[in-house]
Design a protein around this ligand. Sequence first.
Ligand code: IVH
Length: 673
Amino acid sequence: MALDSPTSYADAVAAAVQAAAAYYTDGSTPLGDDEYDALVREIEAWEQAHPDQVLPDSPTGKVAGGAVVGDVPHSVPMLSLDNVFSAGELADWAAGLERRLGRQVDGWCVEPKLDGLAVAARYQAGQLAQLITRGDGLAGEDITHATDAVLGLPQQLAEPIDIELRGEVLLTQEQFDRANEIRLAHGAVPFAHPRSGAAGTLRAKDRPYRIELTFFAYGAVSHLTDLGHTALLERLAQLGANTAATTAAHPLRCATIDEVQQRVEEIAALRAALPFGIDGVVIKADSAADQEQAGSGSRAPRWAIARKLAAVHKVTRLLGVEWNVGRTGVIAPRAVLEPVVIDGVTVTYATLHNPADITRRGLMLNDQVFVYRAGDVIPRVEAPLVDERTGDELPIVFPEVCPRCGDAIDTSQQRWRCVRGRGCEAVASIRYAVGRDQLDIEGLGGTRAVQLVEAGLVADVADLFALTRNQLLALDRMGETSTDKLIAAIETARTQPLNRVFCALGVRGTGRTMSRRIAAHFGSMAAIRAADAEAFAEVDGIGTEKAQVIVTELAELAPVLDKLAAYGVGTEETTPARSAVADVGEQTGPLDGQAVVVTGSMTGPLADLSRNQMNELIERAGGKASSSVSKRTTLLVAGEKAGSKRTKAEELGIDILTPENFAQLIADYLPGT
Ligand code: IVH
């Protein structure tokens, strides 16, 4: 929306000034970063068209939007960065710089744009003497009191030199979570997000608690002027300062702008996995000669640019809270939001973790809230904007009984649970257990599962194996034929291999693939039950955290497991996966050593097999099944409508078979042969 009058321009300036002041003082803001950037771009456009009407307050052309001043003059101005928002704009900027220099730039340095606060750290004879905020770029505030709590900013450098380090102070995600734990324990309001936490913490004095921060150096004022930027960063690390070199998004010297663009994409892709927030990627001409010749404007250097990434925090309204009961009886609150686009994805729901979390964050219905989403993470509500309240906010009502079955709620833990635990979800868990990839019992997917649970015949998956013909016949709408069919299906399921029986238990964090791995690794249900977290962590793909969850869940499932053992169901693995075979050094099967991917719909003898059954088959025949094509893939089974996986396999020169040819290859291993 473009500005169309002096009044709308003045309003926009006032809104931007207010947002910048909040952002640079306590890190809070009524606008998300994207909205602020967009507002400033509108203001700039209007000012270009009306250069005689520019307001003195305008944030354009000023460091920190002109928001803050301090009283310690900077040795050399602390500049800001100009922004570009796309690969095209970045290419144009680079071409412009090369035109200005009259030659090609001698290498670029590409590094993360850390989302914290800029500081200058003055060292005298290697000793940390003073820490200053950026302020308005010409003078900042003295925050030397905060140095003790900043990791990566040594009190003493490795050499006794005079130097001023420049860099960013932030809260890593871990430090942010820890900070909010500490603040809650002290009855303080939690930080809305990491940057506001860092801003508040740097300025705070006399807090009764200590919050740790992290410093990353990205520049210096020193005699080291002839070093290129990459070399300077290395030198700063040698001196003992923390730099981004230790992270996956480490600074990288690139020779061409194509390499730069590629590295930008890489860093952007790493974003969600980084332990700290970034809001962009900074591209700098690497050589000191290029930097010097390009020079700087009053606000930003001409030799560097920030390629901004979409904001991962957005402000929206909390419309409601839903309470969902999971398979294990956990009652989890979920925020219903006014839809908001975060990094190209419309977010309507966000996790609220647990009821204590809602209380802790002091959330109310109709609140404006900060929502976070990056990469594939589940969006989460971080905090309300308490200053934006209008009086129309309402308390969030917590359920008093289980929203699904109406029984009581166990509120003794942080995560609330229906007192019936898995029993509450008996129907859902039984439907899951009888699924095609688990026990594969036809006829129990629909209302019959409800009928069995309501009749009190079945409370968990094990009870299925104790059902008698007479019990079934006594049910409504159960004739002789359907009863016999169901009994026969249950009889067949009795001989399902361990991996499927294990999968049927619905242990959190274990789907089909993981169940196969666990079954192959341990070989028997008894061994699985005897395993501790350490033993589970030896299974490929299980980390220490997941291992602990599995052990806890299995302990809870003990009564079900006892019953299964008594009925002789799922005691041993009858179809060892490839890895188990390899463990004992045997080489069997036509797919020995093959890494196989299946794509498209199967036809011929394989037409009826689910993807899971295909994977089981591959592993029985000695191969390793995986879901994506990579350099390691040796064979692709491509059915009808095979798409991008086929193209990729063709590009990589991987063997491709039709389902029919593949069926011939592994004929001896087909089910029923
Ligand atoms: S260079 C003269 N490098 O972004 C060069 N700045 O939006 C100026 N920032 O004020 C800064 N990561 O607070 C530089 N790798 C990085 C950075 C970085 C974050 C911050 C810095 C700067 C702001 C501009």
